[in-house]
Design a protein around this ligand. Structure first.
Ligand SMILES: [Zn+2]
Ligand SMILES: [Zn+2]
Length: 247
């Protein structure tokens, strides 16, 4: 279904490019008037992205801002509760990255998914975790949200990651049963509690003994990814890496 939608998107995009010249998805400037990074981002926006390099928490991928020379965990991870092995975050969630995620999430901008998946793929290839991964699983959204938004943004990123990393994506086996609203208003502890039991695995044997790359757009507290990881582990998943663009 998502493949067919993307095929038609590709055709309509080439027609639209002739009528409306391409603009930077982050700042809106016409890409005919300034140097471009690619067909949907200007060079200035790309250059301002702060990719997370050596300066991150080895567990949740949060950037520290400066490399201290030692691999270490952040305060939250030292406190525990995150059931995945590691989170790989591509960039700081700010500026053009935040704008691209918003375009993907609220404007259905599929070109943003393609670009963001490239940033994630580059970081994953850097990290030498691919040999432990068998499947890509996008974070599931509730059916009411899917109805409203018409697509799952994590699945769109997963679709392009599947191509970059040459790994199969499994959709539909992880289900979101509970819709949780206004998570941002809750404390860290309450967020984790609120999500308990929000996800189910339909057929555990699909994940049994497998290394899973759980994909989402952004990781904030990690409560969603942690709860899904708990369920994936219960289903027998061997290792879980979380891959997000914004951290
Ligand atoms: Zn721009
Ligand atoms: Zn951490």
């Amino acid at each position: 279904m998502i493949r067919l939608a993307l095929y038609f998107h590709k055709i309509s995009k080439s027609i639209l490019d002739i009528v409306y010249p391409p603009a930077c998805l982050a700042c809106g400037i016409s890409l005919l008037s300034v140097p471009a990074y690619n067909d949907c981002l200007c060079k200035k926006c790309f250059d301002s992205i702060r990719f997370i390099r050596n300066d991150y928490c080895i567990k949740c991928g949060k950037g520290f801002g400066a490399y201290t020379g030692v691999l270490k965990k952040c305060g939250n991870c030292c406190a525990g509760g995150l059931h995945f092995n590691r989170c790989i975050g591509a960039a700081h969630y700010e500026g053009p990255v935040r704008e691209l995620v918003h375009k993907l999430k609220f404007n259905g901008e599929k070109a943003a998914a393609k670009l963001l998946s490239e940033f994630i793929a580059r970081k994953i290839e850097d990290q030498d975790v691919l040999r432990y991964v068998d499947l890509i699983v996008p974070v599931a959204i509730h059916k009411n949200k899917l109805k409203k938004r018409r697509y799952n943004q994590a699945e769109l990123i997963g679709y392009y990651l599947e191509k970059h990393l040459k790994l199969p994506m499994v959709t539909g086996n992880l289900r979101r049963l509970k819709e949780t609203t206004a998570q941002f208003a809750l404390s860290r502890h309450a967020r984790f509690k609120n999500l308990r039991g929000a996800f189910v695995v339909k057929n555990p044997s699909v994940f049994a003994g497998k290394g899973v790359l759980l994909v989402d757009d952004v990781l904030t507290t990690g409560a969603t990814s942690a709860e899904i990881s708990r369920m994936l582990k219960k289903a027998g998943a061997h290792r879980i890496f979380v891959a997000v663009v914004g951290r």
